[in-house]
Design a protein around this ligand. Structure first.
Ligand code: GLU
Length: 438
């Protein structure tokens, strides 16, 4: 059976999402969760537990700027669930970070780890700020002060942060260094796995930097196999040219597919004849965004969304594919590199328009999967070769894909709901086995 039969299923009697005007991603998560929980008749007690986050930490902390002024920042860490293992998930630095967004992102992490079959729960954090407005030394002080304020909220066996939007290996190295400095000397060397996504020299794993994009490409390849779709000669568009978008774009190129348009906060660009993703990544590193890339014409946001291509990889922020924008898409597959790029109205439209979807909690799980490998290597004082990391990532993510595909067939539902069912079934089982204390 091909993916088509799995994804183009009968219309289930679906609850109707609220109009797109309200944009609260945590409501979207609840909507997705309730839909899947109803469908699979999730045990009511498990449903109550998973329907809310476990711990929420909000910290207002002062940091000295280069000119001597003090600024007060707001940082968050939300821990959704740890039934399957320590809380795990990234930290983002962005002006739009708020408690509901972090709750949503933490919850998605729980589902993501459960689908991938790795022993982690879900957490997420961030600081509400625009990092481009600060010097490197200010960013370092902000990161270190936030880490200090978090204290024992994080820990190598308790809650393990990683990079997310606008954070990277350097920031993880500062977190590690600060966290270790807070520990008794004799314990410090056992703390390496308090964060993942570290630079290699600081205990990172080979292949972690590209892992999310690599996972996206492995799954696009699986989809293409199922669909009997030829990637050679295919076209794709990418929204967001940060870590995930640029790696996905670059790793898809060797299959003979062509990047025809790209978009980020600086604008959108297109060239039907193709944009070279490696050159574009260099341009973005030098200029801070895709705008002004030689060999492409600038286009509007709407023109970007309307671009005819086979595959669209949203790899930026939430709420990009909505009731308003989903009708504009002219693609066969949406492969979600970002977290939450499609809201429930967007999902409905994609489903009705028979556009295939690789949902975020499956599609972008390569990052946390290789974070798990980094964590294991740190715990065992090992360092794996790139080939080993890639091979293990491939096996895990393709297994997860197969589980979701099977579930979509079994329940005759869209792939996002199927992915939820896979996650929730695993969590339901662990609660049944372990019970609740006391
Ligand atoms: N921030 C990434 C995500 O959303 C990676 C999380 C991790 O590696 O812990 O999946």
């Amino acid at each position: 059976m091909s993916v088509s039969t799995a994804t183009r299923q009968r219309r289930v009697a679906e609850p109707k999402p609220a109009a797109s005007a309200r944009r609260n991603v945590y409501e979207d998560v609840r909507f997705q969760f309730n839909k899947a929980a109803d469908l699979m008749k999730l045990d009511p007690s498990t449903r109550k537990i998973l329907g809310t986050t476990m711990n929420e930490v909000v910290i207002h902390f002062p940091v000295k700027m280069d000119d001597g002024r003090i600024e007060v920042f707001t940082g968050y860490r939300v821990q959704h669930n740890n039934a399957l293992g320590p809380f795990k998930g990234g930290l983002r630095f962005h002006p739009a970070v708020n408690i509901d967004e972090v709750r949503a992102l933490a919850t998605w992490m729980t589902w993501k780890s459960a689908i991938a079959g790795i022993p982690f729960g879900g957490g997420k954090g961030g600081i509400q700020m625009d990092p481009s407005k600060y010097s490197v030394s200010e960013l370092e002080r902000i990161t270190r002060r936030f880490t200090f304020a978090l204290g024992n909220t994080i820990g190598p066996e308790y809650d393990i942060p990683a990079p997310d939007v606008n954070t990277n290996g350097q920031i993880m190295a500062w977190i590690l260094d600060t966290y270790q400095s807070m520990m008794p000397a004799n314990d410090r060397q056992r703390m390496l796995h308090v964060v993942t996504g570290k630079p290699i020299e600081a205990g990172g794993s080979l292949g972690r930097d590209k892992a999310t994009g690599q996972g996206v490409v492995y799954l696009i390849r699986e989809w293409a196999k199922d669909r009997k779709f030829e990637l050679k000669g295919a076209s794709y568009t990418v929204q967001g040219f940060g870590n995930v978008g640029s790696w996905a774009a670059r790793l898809l190129k060797p299959f003979g597919s062509t990047l025809v348009a790209a978009e980020d906060v600086t604008g959108a660009i297109a060239n039907e004849a193709g944009l070279d993703p490696d050159d574009l990544a260099k341009h973005v590193r030098a200029k801070g965004g895709v705008a002004g890339f030689a060999g492409a014409k600038p286009i509007t946001h709407l023109a970007f969304l309307r671009t005819k291509a086979d595959i669209f990889i949203p790899a930026a922020l939430e709420n990009q594919i909505t009731a308003e924008t989903a009708p504009l898409l002219n693609v066969r597959l949406v492969a979600e590199g970002a977290n939450g790029p499609t809201d429930p109205n967007g999902d409905r439209t994609l489903f009705e328009r028979k556009i295939d979807l690789l949902p975020d909690i499956l599609c972008n799980s390569g990052g946390v999967i290789v974070s798990y490998f980094e964590w294991l290597q740190n715990k065992r004082s090992e360092s794996w070769e790139l080939q080993e990391v890639d091979c293990k990532l491939y096996r895990r993510i393709v297994d997860a894909y197969a589980r979701v595909r099977e579930t979509a067939r079994q329940y005759k539902v869209d792939w996002r709901t199927a992915a939820y069912v896979v996650a929730l079934a695993r969590l339901e089982k662990v609660y049944r086995e372990r019970g609740i204390f006391p």
